[in-house]
Design a protein around this ligand. Structure first.
Ligand SMILES: [Zn+2]
Length: 490
């Protein structure tokens, strides 16, 4: 009761004041449906309301419960049909509070941190109250990578950045040798890590965000999850590769949360799978998009980026990328370098993927398009967004549901990725090791990696150290990461 007049009337006649406030600020809301999604790191409960309503959410112990009170509201849905399996909720009870209003009690079977917010109507839903039950310490990815592997990747990434800084002649701490810090220490040889190349596979949309919907009701979120799972299986079947499925169920993840997960998982590459839609049923075919820093290459690309980015409004606020741990001066330089480097990688990988997709499907656009997709804005992971087809085209909608076609698309996407990484393997990867240990009959080149020594390189290529030094005009034993050595034929 903020209005002094209402307060005054309230003092005179309580019933009258409630009526005044009721009509002025609060409409009676009805809960028309409740929807629940269980993710590995949280459960999300959405209340669909006929009007905006404020909720009071609080926890109770012994037994552990979460109480959601909605003033002036009533229930018009059956809560017994909610799919509680795999969520933190053991049971849902509802009742009318003393003095009116709706009370929903969630009986919990694990520790949660509640969070709630309201959403205004959009083109698919009306007023909503969203209650998230977050599980402390859980990751949204089911099988996070091994911490030791994570460490190898961190070191590798720093070495790559320093090499990039050197190549572009940028003056930066990591690349400027000083007398106190020789460029690379002569270190004992370490075994090659032979690590897997990690592909983060993201199925677009999910949960209360169905994505585009086809003429016969096919939902984008469902078909892209099928294709993403097939793609992940294809990746995992191949030696030297490992997939991380960013979304593995029917739940929503914020757009930034998706790239953040890929970063946490030390992904070498991020691919987001979507299906296109248009207002006319005619357009069809696959398209591949990379991030654009300068704006979209076409109007369609801009329109599409807008509509994909809009889905983040559903997820509420989530985290953003941070480079806080890096030196302030270096930050801008590194970000700029990695952005340029990863965009080039993205375009190159995109080209390979597009070529492969062209073998199993019509192409909507014959080159890699660029647009400002929020989901691709990870500065250090090359990323692509693939629109596998038009769900708004009746024929393509049917094919997108077909397991054979889904598999064909997944195989094509992976073939493109594999082609790229076989040509450009990350230094510590199994693929790099395999490439470097295939000795070419004509002699070849070798790019120095962190931990290399001249003698180890010489032994690995079966060349005497002196010959190796001679071929490269080296006087001492000092070598730099990123330096390319000519390997003389022995
Ligand atoms: Zn989409």
């Amino acid at each position: 009761m903020k209005n002094p007049l209402a307060r005054l009337i309230g003092q005179l006649a309580t019933g009258c004041a409630v009526l005044l406030v009721g009509t002025a600020t609060l409409q009676a809301a009805t809960v028309e449906s409740m929807r629940l999604w269980a993710a590995p790191d949280h459960a999300r409960l959405v209340f669909d309301l006929t009007a905006a309503a404020e909720a009071n959410v609080f926890s109770l112990e012994n037994p552990s419960r979460l109480v959601i009170d909605l003033d002036e509201s009533q229930l018009n849905t059956d809560v017994s049909t909610l799919p509680l399996d795999g969520s933190a909720i053991a049971e849902v009870r509802t009742g009318v509070r003393d003095g009116g209003g709706l009370r929903v009690v969630l009986e919990l079977n694990r520790d949660i941190e509640p969070r709630h917010f309201t959403l205004p109507p959009n083109d698919q839903y009306g007023h909503r109250l969203v209650v998230d039950l977050e599980y402390p310490g859980e990751s949204a990815v089911e099988n996070p990578i091994d911490p030791i592997e994570a460490m190898i990747r961190d070191q590798e990434m720093l070495a790559q950045r320093s090499a990039q800084a050197q190549l572009s002649g940028v003056e930066a701490d990591v690349s400027t040798p000083t007398p106190a810090q020789p460029p690379v220490e002569v270190q004992p040889a370490q075994p090659h890590p032979q690590r897997d190349i990690i592909i983060a596979v993201d199925a677009g949309h999910g949960g209360e965000d169905p994505g585009a919907i086809g003429p016969s009701g096919t939902r984008e979120k469902d078909v892209v999850l099928d294709i993403a799972r097939r793609l992940a299986a294809e990746v995992n079947r191949t030696q030297g590769f490992k997939a991380v499925l960013i979304r593995d169920g029917d739940y929503y993840l914020g757009l930034r949360q998706r790239t953040q997960l890929a970063r946490e998982q030390k992904a070498d590459f991020f691919v987001s799978v979507h299906a296109d839609a248009f207002t006319s049923p005619r357009p069809q075919g696959s398209s591949v998009y990379a991030l654009s820093q300068r704006g979209a290459t076409s109007e369609t690309a801009q329109w599409l980026a807008d509509s994909e980015n809009r889905s983040d409004l559903i997820g509420g606020v989530d985290g953003s990328l941070s480079l806080r741990d890096k030196d302030q001066v270096l930050r801008g330089v590194l970000l700029d370098l990695t952005m340029t480097a990863t965009l080039n990688d993205s375009l190159s990988i995109g080209g390979q993927v597009l070529e492969q997709l062209g073998r199993v499907n019509r192409l909507h656009k014959s080159r890699v398009e660029q647009a400002g997709f929020m989901v691709l804005k990870s500065p250090d992971i090359p990323s692509l967004l693939i629109e596998v087809g038009f769900i708004s085209n009746p024929d393509e909608e049917r094919r997108l549901r077909d397991p054979v076609h889904q598999q064909g698309l997944a195989t094509a996407i992976f073939s493109g990725l594999r082609d790229h990484f076989q040509r450009n393997p990350p230094p510590a990867s199994l693929l790099a090791w395999q490439r470097d240990n295939q000795r070419s009959p004509t002699g070849n080149e070798y790019r120095i990696q962190s931990g290399d020594t001249l003698s180890a390189i010489a032994i690995r290529h079966g060349v005497p150290v002196n010959q190796l030094k001679q071929a490269n005009d080296l006087n001492g034993d000092v070598i730099r990461v990123g330096q390319v050595l000519r390997i003389p034929s022995s």
